[in-house]
Design a protein around this ligand. Structure first.
Ligand SMILES: [Zn+2]
Ligand SMILES: [Zn+2]
Length: 417
């Protein structure tokens, strides 16, 4: 039973509810472009995860076979007092490992390159929670090996991972204020807002997953203060809506520095030293400028009104396509998601271009609707995997082309250059 997949409909329902409340109260916690970017990044992470998770799964399998110090049978984890105590122990162990994984994810450059994407949003809402990396599989597994060495059953480890992850969804909201004692024991909206801040006082604080107690023990706790309102985002902003580039941005910065460092020792150290560290020669030749925080403005290119409607409807259709792919993957495995996945990537890339309304956006959208989407649907249909009749599915690109023509017809605002 995949608890995370089961939670997805509830995530979406809560998201819609939060958007509704945001509209009613006019709090402006949501922007269409930012939310589409975050959700696109979450969808990509799920899609790539179907393929990349094979690496940690293989490593964990080997660890269970060869490194387990104790043998804890699954039958021990029942509803007896001992069984419940073992569940709590497993959850605590996972949450402890999560704290260190997350802390290193901020404090070591190559790990920050994977995790930074979760922090690039300059808004803070439930869509931010789904904004997850596609490259966490490279090193993230290392931190959870101790549970396999301890001999917890695989089913228990999968379950506590899911519980920890699902718990973290609801804390990504500005609708809930401070919660008194709860803020001091558990990760909560207030103390996780601090974690997403770029204010100097709040940087590298509140790493906990379920318990904030770890931060209090290891000296990384910071309370949200009324006289220092949180400004969300990262100090080196993403400044575009491309979900693929969002995954690569920090790697690209590190690669740039590594290429330009004179000493080989520095070329290696760049990846593994404290986040932000740069060799002196690179810093001297290519100094980084940080704008003072009071000058901070959110990245927010304007979109023509019809374009907003167009992208939103396309995004809803694409999300349905992505959810259907999740079911296909569960039923038929990797082969079933290859071609639909490529059409999904093309769509999400296109939404990035459209929300920025770059000159290449219309051109790419025409190629997507005219060639990439029909080809993807055709190949999926040939594999006998389409959920509805081919006619109905073929109607999607036709509808899309017509609505795109409608948008282009009404377009009056100039392109960005
Ligand atoms: Zn973080
Ligand atoms: Zn977060």
């Amino acid at each position: 039973m995949d608890l995370i997949a089961l939670a997805v409909p509830f995530f979406l329902l809560l998201l819609i509810l939060e958007i509704g409340i945001d509209r009613l109260r006019k709090t402006h916690f949501y922007r269409l472009n930012d939310a589409i970017n975050s959700l696109s990044i979450g969808t990509l992470s799920t899609l790539f995860g179907y393929f990349t998770n094979l690496l940690p799964i293989a490593i964990y399998g080997l660890a269970l076979q060869h490194l387990s110090l104790f043998d804890m049978p699954l039958s021990w984890f029942d509803f007896s007092p001992t069984g419940i105590a073992l569940w709590v122990l497993a959850l605590l162990a996972w949450d402890f490992c999560y704290y260190w994984a997350h802390r290193c994810g901020h404090e070591i450059s190559v790990l920050w390159a994977a995790h930074a994407i979760h922090h690039q949003s300059e808004d803070y809402n439930l869509s931010t929670a789904l904004r997850q990396t596609s490259s966490g599989f490279l090193f993230g597994w290392i931190f959870f090996l101790p549970l396999f060495v301890a001999g917890f059953p695989l089913e228990v480890i999968i379950a506590v991972n899911a519980i920890d992850l699902i718990y973290q969804f609801w804390v990504h909201t500005q609708l809930i204020g401070k919660l008194g004692w709860y803020d001091r024991v558990f990760v909560s909206p207030s103390n996780h807002r601090v974690h997403h801040a770029q204010n100097a006082r709040y940087i590298d604080k509140n790493y906990g997953g379920v318990l904030i107690l770890w931060d209090r023990v290891f000296g990384t706790f910071q309370e949200e203060l009324d006289d220092d309102p949180v400004i969300f985002g990262v100090r080196k902003p993403l400044s575009n809506w491309n979900p693929l580039w969002a995954n690569l941005q920090v790697y690209a910065y590190l690669l740039f520095d590594a290429r330009h460092a004179a000493r080989w020792r520095d070329k290696v150290a760049i990846w593994f030293r404290r986040t932000g560290w740069r060799p002196a020669d690179v810093e001297a030749r290519y100094p980084k400028t940080h704008h003072p925080l009071p000058e901070f403005r959110k990245f927010d290119p304007t979109m023509p009104e019809r374009l907003r409607s167009y992208v939103l409807t396309q995004f809803i259709v694409t999300t349905a396509w992505g959810l259907w792919m999740g079911a296909m993957y569960a039923e038929h495995g990797l082969g079933a998601v290859l071609f639909p996945g490529l059409t999904l990537i093309a769509a999400l890339h296109s939404f990035g271009l459209l929300t920025e309304w770059r000159p290449s956006a219309a051109r790419f959208e025409v190629i997507r609707l005219g060639i990439l989407t029909p080809a993807g649907i055709l190949l999926t249909a040939q594999a006998g995997l389409l959920p509805f009749s081919t006619e109905l599915i073929a109607a999607v690109p036709i509808y899309s082309v017509l609505s795109f023509a409608w948008f282009k017809h009404g377009e009056s605002e100039p392109l960005l250059t």
